[in-house]
Design a binder for this molecule. Structure first.
Ligand code: F0G
Length: 351
């Protein structure tokens, strides 16, 4: 019986590990690439969803975290720290448990989804809510890692990018080649950087015949790359990507320009529409930030910017269970019935 061994063992020769490296893994990666029927019909393309919510802690962060925590472990670190809009902290907390390390997390006060906070708590992280936004948290985390014995595991740590590039490998391995377009939500811009590195690496080694165009989408209230300037007070309902000064800004622009791609903005309304479409019509429940990729694709298609017949992969980055408030909000309240088959049948429209 064979089971997926986690991204480090599966892609060992393409990652910065060697024989004696103490691999810290929850068998992350190996996530489903799901054909998206409704999105394919709407765009006239062959659209797939890379469902990263299927990772052990429910987001793509696990790919980077297995590498970052493994490296920290190898270097003898006893404690790690990160700034986070929620998913990085959930992942860091879980992998720190595996590694027997202390995990400290800095999150923007009141702006992270409950499920993510619950994860960090139950995994025993030391949590500080910062009276500021994600960008302030990252500044603080960087400073602490420079002055205290604690390793920074945000995506400014190169190990994170190395781990996350494996998602591009999996897609090429599954499809037999790179897609024409790869679509991602963009927050701190580490993931678009990582995918681009993965695709380039496979093309350079002729595992793939080409690289895709990289399309990134920010939330319109948090779209510094699109606007070309830092957003001091970013806002969006997609709290995971509520970021005004992305750490990998330049690298994201490089991915866009080298691939002939684009980075654009989608409104919260478009994000929520895509969120509902994914759940109600594709059967895939993601968190709001994840739907920014699909919202961007649909918006581009409506503007006639998507030529039919292309193969397109959208990464949906996190599990919908992390932030269920948006699933419940605006939905009709379930009705209550007595323990009575006739009453239940009537309410269900069966009788
Ligand atoms: N989608 C989700 C669900 C995320 O949690 C993030 C980032 C992104 C997309 C954007 O990815 O930052 O690499 O451009 N979340 C970080 C965190 C910031 O702290 O969990 P990015």
């Amino acid at each position: 019986a064979h089971q997926w061994r986690g991204i480090i063992e599966e892609y060992r020769d393409r990652l910065p590990v060697h024989e004696g490296t103490p691999v810290v893994s929850l068998r992350e990666g190996g996530t489903p690439l799901v054909p998206a029927q409704v999105l394919s019909e709407r765009t006239g393309c062959e659209v797939h969803l890379k469902v990263e919510g299927a990772n052990p802690t429910g987001s793509f962060k696990d790919r980077g975290m297995t590498m970052a925590i493994t490296e920290a472990k190898e270097a003898g670190a006893k404690a790690v720290i990160c700034a986070s809009t929620g998913n990085t902290s959930a992942s860091a907390a879980a992998y720190a448990v595996r590694a027997g390390m202390v995990c400290a997390v800095l999150v923007p006060q009141g702006k992270i989804a409950l499920g993510k906070m619950g994860q960090a708590l139950v995994h025993g992280a030391r949590i500080l809510q910062v009276d500021g936004n994600f960008d302030d948290c990252l500044t603080l985390a960087r400073g602490l890692s420079e002055n205290y014995p604690v390793a920074l595991v945000n995506s400014v740590n190169p190990a994170r990018i190395e781990g996350q590039k494996t998602a591009a490998f999996e897609i090429v391995d599954a499809l037999g080649d790179a897609p024409d377009i790869h679509v991602l939500p963009v927050g701190n811009a580490g993931n678009i950087t990582a995918y681009w590195r993965g695709y380039r690496e496979y093309a350079a080694d002729a595992v793939a015949s080409r690289t895709p165009r990289m399309w990134g989408f920010q939330a319109s209230g948090s779209a510094p790359i699109v606007r070309g300037e830092v957003v001091k007070d970013p806002h969006t309902i997609a709290t995971a990507i509520r970021i005004g000064n992305p750490a990998s800004w330049n690298l994201a622009e490089q991915a866009r320009d080298e691939s002939g791609g684009l980075i654009d903005a989608v409104t919260d309304r478009q994000i929520l529409a895509a969120y509902r479409l994914l759940a109600a019509q594709e059967g895939v429940f993601v968190e709001p930030a994840s739907a920014a990729s699909v919202a961007g694709l649909l918006s581009a298609a409506e503007q006639g910017k998507v030529d039919p017949g292309q193969r397109i992969v959208c990464t949906v980055t996190g599990n919908g269970l992390k932030d269920p408030d948006w699933a419940v909000a605006g939905a009709p309240q379930p009705v209550t019935v007595p323990v009575d088959a006739d009453a239940a049948a009537r309410r269900l429209g069966l009788a």
